[in-house]
Design a protein around this ligand. Structure first.
Ligand SMILES: [Zn+2]
Length: 212
């Protein structure tokens, strides 16, 4: 079950999330106690981590990390991309609550990354300008991998490209957050903010944290 303990470092927060995901994978989660916290959270919040996740319905972050009300400050957007509003949200949480951990959480079979791969393989693919703006933010990660594969004369397998692009896209978002603003860069450089990437596996339920 989730804990009321609040971490004093980003690394401690990371351990709590790893423990929560292990409970979720082992089906040991319980949501019964979450609602008891509602009264104490009216005045204030003290989230242990900030999560930038994908909007995908199969990756609800509180559930996959077995966390409750008030535990996670969550931003979800298709493809877990970084745009100014995401940076602003993270600045807000890091500064207002002193939260010291940011996790960029991608996931297997991500539709937004798949859409981006399809635009490279089939340039005639058309999306609305709004969806295209998300695809464009993912594009550099996919493009680099696609170019590398074709330059090496390899056949480009779309599923393999999606799979590798998901992690490349997470790493790009991590880098963009670490350097996304003066405020986030200062917090990161002074060791007050840990920004890490992770990938959720739809089949196993496991969150794998990526080396940066
Ligand atoms: Zn997704």
């Amino acid at each position: 079950m989730p804990t009321d303990i609040r971490p004093t470092t980003g690394q401690e927060a990371l351990e709590l999330l790893k423990e929560g995901n292990a409970r979720y994978v082992d089906s040991l989660t319980s949501t019964d106690e979450y609602m008891q916290r509602r009264p104490e959270l009216v005045k204030d919040q003290n989230p242990l981590a900030i999560i930038l996740g994908c909007s995908d319905a199969r990756v609800p972050v509180e559930i996959v990390f077995d966390q409750g009300l008030g535990d996670l400050f969550v931003i979800r957007v298709a493809g877990n991309v970084v745009a100014p509003s995401q940076i602003g949200s993270i600045e807000f949480a890091a500064e207002a609550f002193g939260t010291q951990l940011v996790v960029v959480l991608g996931h297997s079979k991500c539709g937004a990354v798949t859409a981006c791969v399809e635009t490279l393989i089939n340039p005639d693919q058309n999306y609305s300008p709004n969806l295209q703006s998300i695809v464009d933010r993912i594009r550099p990660s996919v493009y680099n991998l696609h170019e590398l594969a074709t330059a090496n004369g390899q056949d480009v397998d779309a599923d393999e490209l999606v799979d590798r692009s998901i992690r490349a896209n997470v790493r790009m978002s991590v880098s963009q957050l670490r350097h996304g603003s003066r405020a986030l860069e200062d917090l990161t450089n002074s060791g007050q903010l840990l920004v890490v990437g992770a990938e959720y596996d739809l089949e196993t339920g496991k969150v794998r944290f990526l080396d940066s």
